[in-house]
Design a binder for this molecule. Structure first.
Ligand SMILES: [Zn+2]
Length: 110
């Protein structure tokens, strides 16, 4: 994670959505926090609905003439988002080991 004082979004007034997609609470009840910003102008934001508590992770990037981004709903807490953002991606072998472990678990055994 990088912090950059020259980020073009530094003083941006964040409002990710007007209403929560889960409970329709006004977004003004949600607090938006910046989790990460990079020298290229991209940043990751986190918001938690003040109504139902659902989290929203948004990744924004500045491009010539505007910005683009994507957002996902999550049940992760802010510190969990940071944790997983810093972890290395799973390898194919780790996924296969997990599948093998699941198959030996009593609950999933046929
Ligand atoms: Zn909500």
């Amino acid at each position: 994670m990088h912090n950059n004082s020259h980020n073009p979004f530094e003083n941006f007034n964040y409002k990710l959505v007007s209403r929560c997609p889960m409970c329709s609470a006004s977004a003004s009840r949600a607090q938006v926090e910046m989790l990460d910003s990079n020298p290229d102008g991209s940043l990751m934001l986190y918001s938690r609905c003040g109504g139902c508590g659902v989290g929203l992770i948004a990744c924004l990037s500045a491009v010539q003439g505007g910005m683009y981004g994507a957002a996902v709903l999550t049940d992760l807490q802010k510190n969990e988002v940071r944790h997983f953002a810093e972890e290395t991606p799973l390898t194919a072998d780790e996924v296969m080991d997990y599948v093998k472990d699941l198959k030996t678990h009593k609950k999933y055994k046929k």
